[in-house]
Design a protein around this ligand. Structure first.
Ligand code: SF4
Length: 408
């Protein structure tokens, strides 16, 4: 049986390594241009070559996004970049624009092409059209129900279908939106969204500047475009029954802690489904883990019904944050029990911390004395990203992550 793919976002090289290490089957990312996330660090050509080597050494796949809706000026450098990507043996290119599609095909007849969600594919005739054009995979529009997805798979079984299962949702139609461009000049369709949908809106009469009148969709508030985040971890069996081929996690701008936590949970859920141990209890436990990263309340998007007021947030656009990501394990000496840790957020001696890795849920320990980079014994390491050593009584590993509950 073909195994469903878990596809992770990779905003930079470090996040890519964590995504692979925590269980992704494939990663998607962009270079400095032509992708949909300018806010992400993205990859230089040199970093991309390193990324390809790392991913292929781990027998995973790497897809590059070229999915902006380009204007003439955006085409500058496209041919050379596609030639570079083809030479570098990436596994697929993700495109949405027919112009970019034909540039890619004129350079390589063989490179695998995935059609981006930006192309808004919502029916099987469109899938057939793109299949005839030589597209291997369609990233379906987010506005489809599970029933519609099933029907598409039945009609066009040979095309791979990829669906978003986790991450931020926005009120645009499959990413096509003018709100950000209109209000800030930053074009969401060219990767530069300012998230204007998350702002708090008021009404102001032009002769009374500074006097704000509330705009209330209902008695709860004013965040009229503010969607909950998508989360399908409790509905994996339905996704498997629909025969989709790839489950995509959104979030190239998110932290490596976010990527590792979410990917780990979906990896465990997918593997449990295949070995017959996926249960509602396990899904709930994994959802609790996911809730330890910044998130909004969750929705199942369009999969089961058209979103309504229960899928929107009316009181805040802020994230819920119950834990701080505080450190990364770089090394562990089994004989001395000394761990080498890179600090990502302040840690104090006496802090109760959770450490977790791809293979285990988490262990709790209390931070003891720390030996800083000067060799001094300290109770707090003041500098961000400083490397220090401390004793941990149970074994930990490189790539394990440390978090701290935020006290009320
Ligand atoms: S402004 Fe909001 S709705 Fe528009 S593309 Fe950006 S996130 Fe989506």
């Amino acid at each position: 049986m073909k195994k469903i793919e878990l596809l992770a976002p990779a905003g930079d090289l470090e996040k890519l390594k964590y995504a692979i290490h925590y269980g992704a089957d494939a990663v998607y990312l962009a270079g400095p241009d032509f992708g949909m996330r300018k806010a992400s660090k993205n990859f230089t050509n040199e970093q991309l070559l390193e990324a390809i080597e790392f991913v292929h050494e781990n027998n995973k796949k790497i897809y590059i996004t070229l999915n902006i809706i380009p204007h003439n000026e955006d085409l500058i450098g496209l041919k050379e970049y596609v030639e570079f990507l083809v030479r570098s043996q990436v596994d697929a290119l993700i495109v949405s624009d027919p112009g970019i599609y034909s540039v890619v095909r004129s350079i390589s007849k063989d490179i695998e092409i995935h059609l981006s969600t930006q192309a808004s594919v919502t029916n099987y005739e469109t899938v057939k059209f793109w299949e005839n054009m030589g597209v291997k995979r369609i990233v379906l529009a987010r506005e489809l129900s599970l029933e519609e997805i099933k029907q598409i798979k039945n009609e066009v079984p040979d095309v791979d279908l990829e669906v978003f299962v986790h991450g931020a949702m926005c009120i645009s139609y499959s990413g096509r939106c003018l709100l950000s461009n209109y209000m800030t000049g930053r074009d969401a369709n060219r990767g530069d969204c300012a998230q204007a949908c998350r702002w708090k809106y008021n009404l102001m009469e032009e002769k009374r500047p500074g006097e704000y009148f509330p705009v209330e969709e209902n008695d709860k508030g004013t965040f009229i475009f503010n969607s909950k985040d998508l989360c399908m971890i409790k509905h994996l069996p339905e996704l498997f029954e629909a025969n989709v081929d790839s489950l995509k996690i959104e979030g190239r701008v998110k932290t490596l802690y976010y990527v590792a936590t979410v990917i780990r949970s979906y990896r465990i859920a997918i593997d449990a489904y295949y070995n017959g141990t996926y249960t509602k209890e396990l899904a709930t436990e994994l959802l609790d883990e996911i809730k330890k990263v910044s998130h909004r309340d969750f929705t199942t998007g369009f999969f089961f019904k058209k979103p309504d007021e229960h899928d929107q947030l009316y009181t805040t656009s802020s994230y819920i944050r119950n834990y701080d990501f505080v450190g990364i394990v770089l090394d562990y000496d089994i004989d001395t029990k000394m761990a080498t840790i890179e600090q990502r957020n302040r840690i104090f001696s006496g802090d109760e911390l959770e450490v977790f890795g791809p293979e285990y849920k988490y262990n709790i320990f209390t931070m003891g004395e720390m030996i800083n980079s000067e060799g001094e014994t300290v109770n707090v390491v003041p500098k961000a990203q400083e490397i220090f050593k401390t004793k941990i009584d149970f074994p930990v590993k490189k790539y394990d992550l440390i978090r701290k509950a935020i006290k009320e």
